[in-house]
Design a protein around this ligand. Sequence first.
Ligand SMILES: *Cc1c(COP(=O)(O)O)cnc(C)c1O
Length: 409
Amino acid sequence: MTDQTGSSSPTGGSRPNQTRLLDGEPHGVRGARGEPPGLRPTWVEVDLDALRDNVAALKAHAVAPRLMAVVKADGYGHGLVPSARAALAGGADWLAVALAEEGVALREAGIDAPVLVMAEPPVPSAHALLDHGLTPAAYTPRFVATLDRLGRERGRPVAVHLKLDTGMRRLGVPPADWEDACRVLRSSSGVRVEAVWSHLAVADEPDHPFTTEQGEVFARGLELLRAQGLAPDLVHLCNSAGTLIRPDLHYDMVRPGISVYGLEPASGVTGGVTLRPALAWYARLSLVKRLAEGEAVSYGLRWSASEPVTVGTVPAGYADGVRRALSNQGTVLVGGLRIPVVGTVCMDQFMVLLRDLPAVAGDEVCLIGEQDGVRVTADDWAAWLGTINYEVVCGIGARVPRVYLGGGS
Ligand SMILES: *Cc1c(COP(=O)(O)O)cnc(C)c1O
């Protein structure tokens, strides 16, 4: 880690210009990319070819013949519709979303691939779901009864994905209710069980015995359903971690999310699959200033210069997903060097310690991604913030424009 005291040598790295002192001549560091897409110079770049290739690699790795790409939460912050299109181009057979609204948005964009809505919506939303040809997950008697009625009214049984709770204890029918669920489903002519599925709680911890236990509970559930005459065409269980490292649990379809975007579900959980992060986040320095010894920065004056230094302002803040917990913590890249965040992160801006780097306003800042062969990753952010890469990419605000690279098709 770079020291953040404002003393000692220039910040990290080994670029030749790092020791050049600011001399009033605005030579700048560099700005490798094209013009920012918006008025405010911060933007996310999403490489749709990477996303497509990740899906293709996951599908090639899977024992299961089918893949359902999870594109909930605006495609984990990458953009719902472009991510969905790139995933389909990579060979995804199904898409999965968390909300009916997300499924409707896919349909309104003209995507006609099968879409699973993974949580039951409130009962009054069931209509909208069916009107848009979305496939509901089902696990409560009340929702099944609603779908049954709608299916009979419409003269066509509603295909559902029956979710079993095998130990996650979030959604799904718990084992004690499986027999009852079978009874209800057998007597519901307006509903057809197209698939049975469940969700793994600790697949990202390769040594945890609970995944195998969940697999056994799931297998028992399937057996019971078959014995009751509810034989599904389709069985799916595995999230990214399961897809990558539990081929014994793949069944007919895998259901990866985070790995579609090129991120590991947990550090080192790759199953030997090469993934490429699809997302990068850039900005341009909006202001560069020289501070005298003892001068402090930002709200609370929580960082001060212990010698004369250059500080830059980056036009992105916690309203954009640069979490306030990154205050005096974490680094960005400028000119291929690791540059520490100094002072409190504000709503729309934060400051970085350029020290003696001859940077000027307009120079490129890499928040997540690669610059001159040096990387800052969502995993780095997760480590600084005590969270997971999922939360980092999902947390990039809607007001940061997304730029799409590659066709993904
Ligand atoms: C989010 C989600 C997934 C995808 O999980 P990843 O760890 O991102 O691969 C799969 N299934 C369900 C039910 C989910 O909620």
